[in-house]
Write a protein that binds this ligand. Structure first.
Ligand code: ARG
Length: 406
């Protein structure tokens, strides 16, 4: 369907032409004085110069033609205002008709995009084993909306929840579990049998284990060290920890799915940071071979500064000195995987705006290393925080945050 703005412009063009003025002056725009009118045409001022007449006369003349040439069914009001503005209000009848027309059209009159794109929308971003809190509404709802709008336009939208399932929280849970139930086979270094099918905890217990472990790690340096170690072993594929990880995933993802389902938020992909693991080594090798990644204080980094930078962009950390991978590592490796699986024309990340720098670095490395084509848009759509009464963002770790479920 034609846009209302274009339909109005057509009427104005007819009126201008009928008065002998070039129709290029009949441009209609949204009003910048909504108290006075809905739309306006400011062309009489420019036409005045071209035709050496007073703008208000031109405006009046055009309005007269407009209201006598059938435009009157469209406008409830068309008035000339000094020095020569044409203020416009649409008639209710026209609007009702237009909206009725939209309702009768298959997609509300929206035309499909000329060239559909394959677009990855990375949103949700829940962290496994941590209950969703009210702040998670942001990524879920904004991301879902973007995905649906894109789909409605005819794009091939792929929504990926990109779970946080590979980080320190896993090591924290593993070590907390060890402290609570050291008799479990996962902690017997000599155990060589099969691991149990049944998870050693319920979702309720898991949600209690994580905050307890997180709190403990802040007071107990040795515990924190163990959690780091456990995370690293998990990432390297240590079978007992992979088995615990599997349990955490099963229990937690079932709960996450339930929560997202009650919001009517649906993901096409339930991938996570862990899925990027198989791509990490090759990617790091590639970055090193291309001379992009180099060692700095034991860690592996890639410089991403550009001449046009107005603020400092620190190098992107690819691997820590102990060999552990980082947030950027898994995001980059995930992009490698997405390129291989989907060849996206565009990436949209719907994430807390405080992660802006991280994504800037990741995008730059992707382009610099040629993981993503130079002209593929990579968009970081950062949203703000949902704050408590103290004006500070909600946090799960400190407890007392409203759960999304509630
Ligand atoms: N899990 C992350 C967090 O809680 C958000 C993930 C966003 N997506 C991404 N590709 N990094 O901060």
């Amino acid at each position: 369907m034609k846009k209302i703005l274009n339909l109005m412009e057509q009427e104005l063009q007819k009126a201008f032409a009928a008065c002998g003025y070039d129709e290029k002056f009949a441009k209609v725009v949204l009003s910048n004085r909504p108290d006075l009118c809905e739309y306006q045409c400011n062309g009489a001022m420019a036409a005045a110069k071209a035709y050496k007449r007073k703008p208000i006369d031109i405006a009046n003349e055009a309005i007269e033609k407009l209201t006598s040439e059938g435009g009157h069914t469209m406008f409830k009001e068309a008035v000339a205002v000094m020095p020569g503005f044409i203020n416009l209000k649409l008639s209710e009848a026209f609007l009702a008709d237009y909206v009725g027309g939209m309702a009768a059209e298959e997609k509300l009159g929206l035309e499909n995009v000329g060239k559909p794109e394959t677009i990855i929308v990375d949103y949700g971003g829940a962290n496994v084993a941590k209950p969703l809190h009210v702040g998670h509404l942001r990524a879920a709802i904004i991301g879902e909306s973007i995905k649906r709008m894109g789909r409605f336009l005819g794009h091939h939208m792929i929504g990926d929840v990109h779970l946080g399932d590979w980080g320190l929280q896993m090591g924290l849970i593993i070590e907390e579990l060890r402290d609570r139930k050291p008799e479990l086979v996962y902690f017997d270094e000599n155990y060589a049998g099969e691991f149990p099918e049944e998870p050693p905890f319920t979702i309720g217990e898991l949600e209690e284990i994580y905050p307890a472990a997180s709190a403990k790690s802040k007071e107990d340096e040795a515990f924190k060290e163990r959690a780091h170690e456990a995370t690293l072993r998990l990432q390297k594929g240590y079978a007992p920890f992979r088995a615990i990880w599997r349990h955490i995933m099963d229990v937690s993802v079932a709960d996450l799915k339930k929560n997202y389902a009650s919001l009517n938020v649906e993901f096409d992909l339930w991938k996570g940071e862990s899925d990027a693991e198989p791509y990490i080594n090759d990617m790091i090798q590639m970055l090193t071979d291309k001379g992009l990644a180099y060692e700095s204080q034991g860690a592996l980094v890639v410089d991403v500064v550009q001449d046009t930078d107005t603020k400092e962009i620190p190098p992107c950390l690819i691997r820590k000195s102990d060999g552990a991978s980082l947030y950027a590592t898994s995001d980059l490796a995930t992009i490698v995987e997405r390129e291989q699986d989907f060849h996206p024309d565009r990436y949209i990340y719907v994430v807390d705006k405080r992660q802006g720098m991280h994504f800037e670095q990741v995008f730059r490395v992707s382009k610099k290393a040629g993981i993503v084509k130079q002209d593929t848009p990579m968009i970081f759509l950062g949203f703000g925080t949902m704050n408590g009464k103290d004006g500070k963002p909600f946090k799960t770790r400190e407890g007392g945050v409203m759960r999304l479920e509630a």
